[in-house]
Design a protein. Structure first.
Lengths: 410, 410, 410, 410
């Protein structure tokens, strides 16, 4: 059987291919001369499957899409609180090249505008880091996120460095306010190399899927960052990823995203997928026109929206009574809500001498759900009942009831 | 057994009760004279269980917390596109009382700042609506959201109307720009009544849980709004609910929320819970000091964060081969990611004459997962294999393969 | 002989009459239906001569041109320091209808934007003033400034009041911040009447000439305000009169000015002239197109610019020595500069026993020049010389040398 | 006799010497270590007399006070229209280091903020100018304005260049927008040298007096710039010289001025004086505390205010009739106002056959007054009367009546 997902992605591309509106970026010849008809799409699931369509083999420079991933790098390198002292997390309501810094703190408002991204780059690795070390750091990290060795387009780098007055302006301002310490020209040079890393749409979708998957690269299985860092990066993408149209994007499309001037667009839905798209023509906001439309389509067709409704739940807790035994069968992903329902049922429970929890069909527990379940068992036991846990898959690691005792095994 | 969830909520209150920093709102005597020591917390799950702690019987005026729910009402009444023409969805990066309207459109930036909320109230019901009808509309809707009949505090209303210059100023500006059509004093009077509706923390948690539950009030079971409207409201709360600290709140706490000047705070986590808190002393941003801390604690302790990592997944698809039959067993909530994995396995499948899908242990399917599963079956049948669906719970309504035919029943 | 000044003014009108660009104000029918071809110009000198050309008999509503004169009124009524506590003097860099108030003080930025002008009106007369008293006050003052009894166009007033949402919005905001105390609708009603006062171009030029003349109406000879108030009003017109193009106007035209939406334009050059112009079509900034061009022409043709170069000076001090007598002959207007030169000459003087100052040809002394001259005489006398003052026109009132003694009369 | 003006200036210094509030600039050691007690004042009249008091021999770096004079230089070098295309003239309402450029044009808002001053420096001399040529240009011009050869403090220059990140930031931004073409570091280096030129208070007062005197250095008699350029520079100082307090300064003090971070302050009153002051401690706005107070005192004590009232005028036109002769005697400075009065009298004149104008006691004519007088004579002659001009001092160069004929000489 041929997998219908790539077919669906092809359909998306075909439906949008006729839209030739917008213009390629023109400030350097390498972007101005890009083939405007290129169009590619990739989806990587949090389980590690990648689907592509269109010009998925084509490499393009990552540009501003590097910002969320470099932000992840600097939090790994310097710690979140250090990073927050230097770069804020508020939406800017402004274009990408806004110069103004936060009143009082002089921090760039967030790491998604250029001022913040330059600050991020300047803080990479550590206080005494050289420019080369910072570039090596992002190239190494991005390669692990993509699952393959990436490289830098030196021609794009050289061209961009020749038109870097805006970024140099901001870097000098950042040094003035002691946000960065190194030479502004060295930092901008490094940041420009970061933006010149070559990627495909599948690289982008894999990088984003790592965030979606809580920091574990879903194809290689490598844990690249703590889940708290992935959470921070996705949160900032949600409020500040699409510059001055953050609210419109989050309500309408609902996929935290980041675009690049070469035509790339990356998006992430937590626990679900990373998405990459590429098409060089840009709309008036500087976002890839067809990539943006492809995202809108995925959101609408596939219900891929941060606040999309989940399907109605079936009974996930089944209570059976037989002899002295009352058994609670749990099913599915057990989060706070389900654990709360279990505790409700337990609180009313007075059937027999034994209480059994059967979680053989529950394939996951959040940490809070695990603690709630064990607390319920502890209380029931304290009321004089015998408590049993049926957990053949060992979904509940170390089911200590909080006092060094454990439920019985049926 | 005593339910440990209320115990946990009590622990939260006890841990924070000593924080007496902040001041009550002072602009009207009713708020200035509120008992500053009141403190209450409530959680309602998307399944309809409500847990409370503290002064949960105390009523207080809903104030700005009315904004997201009135926004839901106006979208129901006038349609989303009509509402978007009049009120934007961008973060304001500004305080609640910001006057400025969007350049070009003259729309208030979003429905969470006062200008937007007054516009929302003025658009309620329909073009020819009277002031009384608009007030009736919100009181009726809020009552259904809370699951009980609510009432208006007429003394607070009268006091606030006497200090309404700021809102009157905005209402005149809105009429000037034809955002509202009715008399500005009538609209502000109605909006002030809307803000004077009395609620408890459990009312707030139930109202928010209705959003979390995709528009269905989880206690009464009533579908109050389309899930698309709940999605819109939660999205806007995420970007603009906490005024000028939206980014800090979304990254650190991660619970889309809205506060009121009487000390209330409401929050929502999609598919999981609605949360209500109450404590009259306000911090320097005008948010209830202890309510805010309670939310931070819930986020940290309970992993209640929009971008919180889910637990690692176990195998949800189990493939068994026996004789001519290859069976795919699905388990849990089946969303895009799991359906994609199923299609991957189907695409590689070439074992025998029969393909069986057993979804007896899958307790829910998203719509896209349902369509993906049926499309996979269609393709396998087109390749000449016999396809069977084992769905004793009828999780897949109408499993039409797309051409009027159905899979066989085993 | 026919006076060439009106001829010159006619030439200006004729040269500009073909410019029919711009549009009449359209927000009320009375302005929308004004005869667009009307065009008039008037100049009143600080000595009281008035010259007119074109439709100088036509009355039109004064509109925003009322602002500087109402500002003069409120300073007379309440004192400058009280007024400065409520309304600032900084250029706004913004359009006439800017809402924002100064951070910290909540004052409107200046009395030339609507917010400031409404505050000015609301402060007129005194704390307990009624709306009618405030309107009477401006009508009475404007009439004395114009030198004739003015009246109010009640139809324009009624129409404008029907479209006053913007001003009502600001008035509510001003009351919120306690800048005004009275009912916002009462204040806006009064302010709208103030704007509906009917004037001709000659009324405007006479009103401005009163400022130019240091507060004395040059035709009637009445001192209407202290010169310090005229100084304050002209200063504020210079920095904030032309809204967001203040710098362009002051550098290029150099005549502190104020325009009105009915097509009027008033300007003032200290010590020289007041100018009034009228033509209903407005440019894109809301200023009368042809009136603006007429001012530019006057500035260029006539050297009417605040910083225009004065001609090279001839010798104004003539020293003659004869016998025991050294005589200093002064000529012209004696200001600081000339008095300084006199003191230089006195400091070097050692010719004879007698020092004579002859000011029979000096037609005016500034106060500082008077004090400098008398101080020089005192010092020379203290050195043992006899000092004489020849002042047949009594240009120096009370030439006390500072110690109760006087110079001798020759 | 000892000249009382220096005594007066000493009194001003003595009255203010006890004010030791404020702090020296601290960003470079040379300023941080300046003797904080230095205090000096100088006044140069438009006739070329200079009076000083205090530490008038002390040199300090000119810093931002260089801005208006460099602005004069660039207008001389490139023409006003070219300069206006690159740098605006609007008040900024912002601090000296504001980064933002005008929407649409990307021009710095005015030449008094750093961004504008750097643009001014970068445009000096001509398109192909080197950095050294630009520095030579300002040093040469400033020396001629001061009337003596100035020099550069190389230590201050070196220190400031080490803390130039803010200016480098702006210079890169200016090159991005093609406001400057040369290397940003070269331009900032040159601008920093411009700011490091050493001056005394008398240098400053002489430089400003050149502006007051319409472009002619009043001590050396050299015409340094067209009067139109001096007019432009003084106008811009009036609207933008004191940064964000422009309106307060212009209304209260009324002396267009510019301050420098080393403690200098320069001011100009057209036709009257240039003023220089120096005291290193700065107030919270970055202006020299005691220098500012000295200016306020001069304004109040001496009536030195742009809009200060002039003294009441005596009769400046005296009409005498005798035999066939009617004689108009003119006296003083004849500007538009007086010439207008003359034309009024001429228009009513019908006494005898001869009309005589006696201007032997009028010591100056503005160009427009000269043209008005001659036009009046022409019209009277055209009516058949004989016209005579008595002008022994040749105040009216070339009294051509407009048709090649001249008035008779009595």
């Amino acid at each position: 059987m041929q997998n219908p997902i790539p077919d669906y992605l092809h359909e998306v591309l075909d439906a949008l291919r006729d839209d030739t509106s917008g213009e390629r970026a023109s400030y350097i010849p390498e972007l101005a001369d890009a083939d405007p008809d290129k169009f590619a799409l990739a989806v990587t699931t949090a389980m590690g499957s990648t689907y592509t369509a269109g010009d998925a083999q084509d490499e393009f420079t990552i540009q501003s899409i590097s910002k969320p991933f470099a932000y992840a790098a600097v939090i790994m390198d310097r710690g979140l609180s250090h990073v927050l002292e230097h770069i804020g997390v508020e939406p800017s309501g402004e274009a990408f090249n806004e110069l103004s810094l936060e009143d009082g703190t002089n921090r760039p408002k967030n790491p998604m505008i250029n001022a913040g991204a330059i600050a991020v780059h300047g803080l990479l690795v550590g206080e005494e880091a050289t420019g080369a070390q910072r570039v090596d750091r992002v190239l190494e990290l991005f390669s692990r996120l993509a699952g393959r060795q990436l490289s830098i387009d030196e021609e794009v780098f050289a061209s961009e460095l020749g038109t870097a007055d805006h970024n140099l302006s901001m870097a000098h301002m950042l040094r003035k306010h002691k946000i960065i310490a190194d030479d502004p020209h060295e930092v901008v040079s490094g940041y420009t190399r970061q933006c010149s890393i070559l990627v495909t749409v599948a690289d982008l979708s894999a990088m984003a899927a790592t965030l979606a998957n809580g920091g574990v690269q879903p194809c290689t299985g490598e844990r690249i960052m703590d889940s708290a860092i992935a959470q921070q990066v996705m949160s900032v993408m949600a409020v500040a990823g699409m510059y001055d149209g953050a609210g419109d994007w989050l309500t309408r499309v609902g996929i935290p995203a980041k675009s690049g001037v070469a035509g790339g667009l990356v998006g992430v839905l937590p626990d679900q997928v990373g998405i990459g798209a590429f098409s060089p023509r840009l709309d008036s906001h500087g976002n890839s026109q067809r990539s943006r439309l492809a995202f809108e389509r995925l959101s609408t067709d596939m219900g891929m929206h941060l606040f999309a409704p989940s399907p109605g739940r079936l009974d996930v807790i089944d209570v059976r009574r037989s002899g002295v035994r009352e058994t609670f069968h749990l099913q599915g992903n057990v989060q706070f809500t389900a654990a709360a329902e279990l505790l409700d049922l337990m609180a009313e429970s007075d059937y027999g001498e034994e209480v059994h929890i059967d979680i053989s069909r529950a394939f996951s527990f959040t940490d809070v759900a695990r603690r709630m379940t064990l607390e319920g068992l502890r209380r029931l036991r304290d009321e004089g009942r015998r408590v049993f846990l049926h957990d053949p898959l060992q979904s509940l690691a170390d089911p200590d009831l909080g006092d060094g005792t454990y439920p019985e095994t049926p």
